[in-house]
Design a protein around this ligand. Structure first.
Ligand code: F0G
Length: 352
């Protein structure tokens, strides 16, 4: 079916891809919308997780990259560039090589999860580690694209948000209407803007009767949208959203205001606890940044700010395997004792 052939095959009439344009796909999108019984009980709500780690390179970026890479290819690009905290670079590299374009990625030196760096390297990216943060990298990537023959595929490229809005389409297609609240992590602020575009387009065309409140959560040490001012030295364990000057801040503010939603900040402990809860009780292993939406909902519920009985969709943005160092460090040492190869010893170790 079209669902398994990628977001362009499935939603082409909603995307800036013309009849004769090239289509690059790795089968992105059509990700699981998983009911979360434990979270539903804890939040007194009906909670669904949109599991974007199930995309080809393990994050939601693949939706937008399929479209951005296809458009770049159609325009004759031979190289693409992006700044990234890791996931965009993994996705850009994969789709670039797929389209026989050369991937160049600018990364904040030493602040990229190992799994993501491995992806960029394996997908033949030219990796430039910049002695600066993501915001510095994005500024450089923009300048590089201005002065050299390389196509910029960060979310300031409009094709990226177009592709990413398909996640909202899928949620409405599956639930039959928009949820009451859509919660998600916010870094460079592209994804929340893309979801809002998707929800509003579907409502405008009569495919949904309403739009959800958009609830965007940032890490406390990197929360410019919550504070209303840029953060010069963003800091958080959730390296994916360690961003102080979100490129799509204006679009995200509009999404928050028009939807009647909110921004909130969650600290690193809340993020890691939400990550542990998702993995340990719902069976869904996500990277730290991806747990920020769940952490924010739990905090809001704890303050009595969540009405009971709502239907809530939460995007968990990237796969847990991308950053196992942080996951294992948060768990402490792995307590797996070594036992003799005997049934009685194994049973005893299992406390059976
Ligand atoms: N979650 C994950 C796992 C991410 O990688 C990102 C962004 C976000 C959430 C936030 O999404 O930027 O659209 O608000 N990662 C970008 C990157 C910055 O370079 O991979 P956003």
């Amino acid at each position: 079916t079209a669902a398994r052939r990628g977001v362009i095959a499935r939603y082409r009439e909603w995307l800036p891809i013309g009849p004769g344009d090239p289509v690059l796909t790795l089968g992105e999108g059509d990700t699981p919308l998983v009911h979360a019984p434990t979270l539903s009980r804890m939040l007194d709500a009906e909670v669904f997780l949109k599991v974007e780690g199930a995309n080809p390179t393990g994050s939601f970026k693949d939706r937008g990259m399929a479209v951005a890479a296809s458009v770049a290819k159609g325009q004759g690009a031979t190289a693409v560039v992006c700044a990234s905290t890791g996931n965009t670079s993994a996705s850009a590299a994969a789709y670039a090589v797929r389209g026989r374009m050369r991937p160049i990625v600018l990364l904040p030196a030493g602040r990229i999860a190992a799994g993501k760096l491995a992806q960029a390297v394996m997908h033949s990216a030219h990796v430039v580690q910049v002695d600066g943060n993501f915001d510095d990298c994005l500024s450089l990537a923009r300048q590089l694209a201005d002065h050299y023959p390389v196509a910029l595929v960060n979310s300031v490229n409009p094709a990226r948000l177009e592709g990413q809005k398909t996640a909202a389409f899928e949620i409405v297609d599956e639930l039959g209407d928009a949820p009451d609240i859509h919660a998600l992590p916010v870094g460079n602020a592209g994804n929340i803007s893309a979801y809002w575009r998707g929800y509003t387009q579907y409502a405008r065309e009569g495919l949904a009767t309403r739009t959800p409140q958009m609830w965007g959560f940032q890490a406390a040490g990197a929360a410019p949208l919550v504070h209303g001012a840029p953060v010069d030295r963003p800091e958080t364990v959730a390296t994916a959203i360690r961003i102080g000057r979100p490129a799509s801040a204006e679009l995200a503010r509009a999404a928050r205001t028009e939807s009647g939603g909110r921004f909130g900040a969650v600290d690193d402990d809340q993020i890691l606890q939400a990550q542990a809860l998702l993995a340990g009780e719902e069976g869904v292993f996500v990277e730290p940044a991806s747990a920020a939406g769940v952490a924010g909902l739990l905090a809001a519920h704890g303050r009595g700010e969540l009405d009971p009985g709502l239907r809530i969709a939460v995007t968990v943005t990237g796969h847990g395997l991308k950053d196992i160092d942080t996951a294992l460090a948060a768990k402490g040492t792995i307590e797996a004792e070594v036992v003799a190869p005997a049934l009685s010893a194994v049973a005893e170790a299992c406390e059976l």
